[in-house]
Design a protein around this ligand. Structure first.
Ligand code: MTE
Ligand code: MO
Length: 415
């Protein structure tokens, strides 16, 4: 063997040793800063180097929403809810983001190099964009929540994950839809768009042109990386503040049209008057206390930082109030950080619990002056007689009450 060859062998041997040494605890000799001990845990290289994984001691997970398992026996995906009871700050980690599908679909496995977005209909220049085309264009990055219109609380539910888990908030990056529409040149009288996804039921929705031209995003990234397949990889529409169903995932086509088009999504929205669509589709001001919340246990009386999330489709959250006496008196909570438009906003409230049974509530006001309604007000709006099931034919953004029992256990206080 030539010395050159043996040098090369030695080099290969050493690089293998180096590579395996990168795994924590894999080194045989103790290294400064890596004390061996009972805590030392064997990690695979992928978890440490290639793509990070959370601690095995952190177990917070999503759950099937509304009792329907996802995926079901046919492999279809349905709604899954985010663990809001464990949330901190305002960003939902991508792996815990809630998921909604209209009629259940297989998550499309799309090769981004083969994916296209077509914009056509009432335009001067019909356009077809590749992912590479879109990534060359001026981009924006914004914090926005998405909420399924089916996100509603009932007395049967115990935790905030069940009552409110069909909303999440992420940092979205993409191209403004207005940039693409201006490039295509929208015709006079083209007052609507229809946005469509790739799957069998298309997940298509009609959107007013005013909204499309305002703040909608065609997103390719989420929380600093590519949009996850469950969230629409490689491309999704983000319609800030509108019901979740408008945020078309796996986006492949936008048709510019002169009227509201009925789509499969309208199956659940047939009572909507197209003329009022823009208003009716906007998420109302909403909030919920995430700690302490249903199913949690307070260890004893004394100091607690009450914490929760507030959001509105109408704009930024401008005020959150908290009540500790079942809605009789209200005190301003503190808004943490910046309240972004159409984004989850964290609020906190410094609370000294005296150990007696009490009821916690929160109430959100947005910067256009809308105030979150009580459950009684929502029942009145929908003409639901007292004692009748609380069946709301639209969104339910009513105030969520949590009862703290004298033993520190926390319960859903909806009668
Ligand atoms: N193409 C397509 N887009 C879709 C859906 C769908 O089934 N197909 N579901 C909608 C519904 S009902 C909701 S609530 C949101 C959920 O977005 P998320 O799964 O990223 O949380 O996506 C919407 N976009
Ligand atoms: Mo939804």
């Amino acid at each position: 063997m030539s010395s050159k060859q043996s040098d090369r062998r030695e080099f290969l041997k050493r690089s293998v040793a180096l590579a395996s040494g990168l795994g924590l605890g894999a080194a045989t000799q103790p290294v400064l800063g890596q004390l061996p001990g009972p805590e030392a845990h064997q990690h695979g290289t992928d978890e440490i180097v290639a793509y990070g994984k959370r601690s095995r001691f952190v177990t917070s997970v999503r759950i099937p929403h509304g009792g329907r398992h996802s995926p079901d026996t046919f492999g279809l995906d349905f709604h899954i809810a985010a663990p809001l009871q464990d949330s901190v700050g305002v960003i939902t980690p991508s792996s815990l983001h809630y998921m909604g599908t209209t009629r259940g679909s297989f998550i499309p496995d799309i090769d981004p190099d083969k994916h296209h977005l077509m914009i056509h209909g009432m335009v001067d220049n019909p356009l077809v964009f590749t992912m590479a085309d879109l990534k060359r264009m001026p981009s924006v990055t914004r914090l926005h929540f998405i909420e399924c219109a089916g996100n509603r609380s009932s007395s049967r539910m115990t935790t905030v994950q069940e009552t409110h888990g069909m909303t999440s908030c992420a940092e979205w990056t993409g191209v403004l839809l207005s940039t693409l529409l201006k490039e295509a040149g929208v015709h006079e009288g083209a007052d609507w768009i229809v946005a469509e996804g790739v799957e069998e039921v298309k997940g298509a929705s009609s959107l007013p042109m005013t909204k499309a031209m305002d703040d909608c995003l065609v997103c390719y990234a989420m929380n600093g990386e590519a949009v996850r397949p469950q969230q629409g990889f490689p491309l999704r529409l983000l319609v800030p503040g509108f019901e979740g169903i408008f945020n078309v995932k796996w986006l492949r086509r936008i048709k510019v049209v002169d009227q509201y088009y009925m789509t499969y999504n309208d199956y659940g929205h047939l009572t909507q008057d197209p003329a009022n669509a823009a208003l009716g589709y906007q998420i109302g001001p909403k909030s919920v206390i995430t700690y302490p919340s249903g199913g949690q246990q307070l260890p004893g009386h004394g100091f607690y930082e009450v914490s929760g999330l507030a959001w509105s489709g109408g704009g930024a959250v401008s005020r959150v109030e908290v009540s500790t006496d079942g809605g009789r008196t209200w005190v301003d909570a503190e808004i943490r950080g910046t309240a972004h438009p159409m984004a989850h906003t964290r609020f906190t409230f410094q609370w000294n619990w005296d150990g007696t049974e009490c009821e916690l509530q929160s109430r959100c006001t947005d910067d256009v002056g809308q105030v979150q309604p009580s459950r009684a007000q929502v029942a009145e709006f929908w003409n639901i007689p007292a004692g009748q099931p609380f069946s709301v034919k639209g969104q339910d953004n009513s105030i969520q009450p949590w009862r703290v029992a004298s033993d520190g256990s926390v319960h859903n206080a909806i009668a």
